[in-house]
Design a protein around this ligand. Structure first.
Ligand SMILES: Cc1ncc(COP(=O)(O)O)c(C=O)c1O
Length: 428
């Protein structure tokens, strides 16, 4: 019996037991504000995990913008609406000049599906290259290229996956690792051409979030992009996790990674929880696609979503959340580095601004059990985090960007205590 036995039974009897729940004893939240969530029993938890409430749970500006626009007008894109254009201008101003057009969707999956559809039409090819431990969404096309979550659909015959290296776990010189991975890309391209699929696109998350934030050789994504373009494909950056200033130094993960995509897909933090997503590309790509398709998406790009998206950008600007992610990320990283020194089981620290990880391994063998114990210990200390990576051995610390200097020490001290508790040798 847990405190939530009845609710879990009702959940299983309705939405079913297959939708995963975090924690051995799941949490039941009833409200949230800023970076704190409140459980049904009144206990408060610090959010060190959720990236969707980017500017904070129940953010006042976002809620006010949503309510005001919903109470004024909500309509699809087949009528003129200034709010949607205002937002589009503001959003596109955060991109490099050549990425100057946007199409809207309602989820990251929709954005990636559309990016693939555009790529297939423009190239006349169907082949796609992804990483061998990645996730890009729920549609059939995306299930056929999912390598990082269990799916019933086998990998599509038109899909090639490559291993993303982690220099923290690979003792070879960086240049050797880089050339090996680029050779894998060359081989994938040859294989797609030989099989008659050609190359429609590459699809990578610039931070390799699902992969466990491997430390990749510098120039890796730019090298991949060059090869994919030379093979006739389009380069898609999936920024559903890496975008909107998360890295602290760049608004977009592809800029952080030093590569130039043809298409960028956006989601999660874009609407702070309101379902909205985007496909950002160039005028040339949009013209080629738009002129052949009467593309219309009932809910996407509506004025309520635009109001919400605009409020998110304004909050980010007003509170300088990207700079905050940078400075807090640096402080957190220093402490994470100290954990690597302090605990044998912690192999390496990972970070890009306010997306941090700790990789657990013993004698080079990933240790997911230790990582899971730390996640549970953090919960006992009322702090939410999770795990990522092919072995689920990398802690995932990815709080809302509204996370502030007052909260960071709470998270870091809880992590230190959790590491102590979780790494006590058996028998002590
Ligand atoms: C990198 C990445 N791309 C795409 C998606 C799919 O987004 P959505 O769940 O909004 O469809 C996810 C969701 O976890 C993701 O992490």
């Amino acid at each position: 019996m847990t405190a939530h036995t009845d609710l879990i039974a009702r959940r299983n009897a309705t939405i079913g037991p297959y939708s995963p729940l975090f924690y051995a004893e799941p949490l039941h939240f009833v409200s949230a504000r800023g970076v704190w969530l409140t459980e049904a029993n009144g206990e408060r938890y610090l959010d060190g995990y959720n990236n969707v409430p980017h500017v904070g749970h129940a953010n006042e500006r976002v809620v006010a913008a949503l309510c005001a626009q919903a109470g004024t007008l909500n309509i699809h894109t087949r009528y003129l609406n200034e709010r949607v254009i205002d937002y589009s201008e503001r959003l596109l101003a955060t991109f490099a000049p050549e990425l100057d057009r946007v199409l809207y969707g309602n989820s990251g999956s929709e954005a990636n599906e559309l990016a693939l559809r555009i790529s297939r039409q423009l190239t006349g090819s169907t082949g796609v290259i992804v990483s061998d431990y990645s996730y890009h969404g729920t549609t059939i096309a995306l299930a056929e290229l999912t390598t990082g979550l269990r799916t019933r659909e086998p990998l599509g015959a038109h899909v090639r996956s490559i291993r993303i290296p982690d220099l923290d776990a690979d003792p070879r010189p960086e240049a050797d690792v880089l050339s090996e991975t680029l050779a894998d890309i060359d081989a994938a391209i040859v294989s797609l051409h030989d099989a008659g699929y050609g190359v429609a696109a590459s699809l990578f998350d610039p931070l390799f979030s699902t992969e466990g934030m491997p430390r990749v050789p510098s120039g890796l994504l730019a090298g991949i992009a060059d090869r994919v373009r030379a093979a006739g494909g389009l380069v898609i950056a999936d920024e559903v996790q890496s975008g909107f200033g998360r890295t602290g130094t760049h608004m977009w993960g592809h800029e952080y990674a030093g590569m130039r995509p043809d298409i960028v897909t956006l989601g999660k933090p874009m609407g702070n929880g309101h379902p909205m997503s985007g496909v950002v590309t160039s005028e040339a790509v949009l013209d080629a696609f738009g002129s052949r398709n009467e593309f219309f998406n009932t809910f996407a790009g509506n004025p309520v979503s635009a109001a919400v998206g605009e409020a998110v950008l304004l909050e980010m600007e007003e509170h300088d959340l990207m700079a905050r992610a940078r400075s807090l990320g640096e402080t957190a990283r220093a402490r994470f580095d100290a954990f690597v020194e302090q605990y044998d089981v912690v192999r390496s620290a990972k970070s890009a601004g306010m997306f941090l990880g700790l990789d657990f391994a013993i004698d080079g063998v990933p240790d997911p059990v230790a990582a899971r114990r730390v996640v549970e210990e953090m919960k006992r200390r009322n702090v939410l985090i999770s795990r990522i990576g092919r072995d689920e051995s990398v802690l995932k610390v990815r709080p809302p960007l509204a996370f502030g200097p007052d909260e960071l020490p709470i998270l870091l001290d809880a992590l230190a205590a959790s590491l102590d508790a979780a790494t006590v040798p058996p028998g002590h």
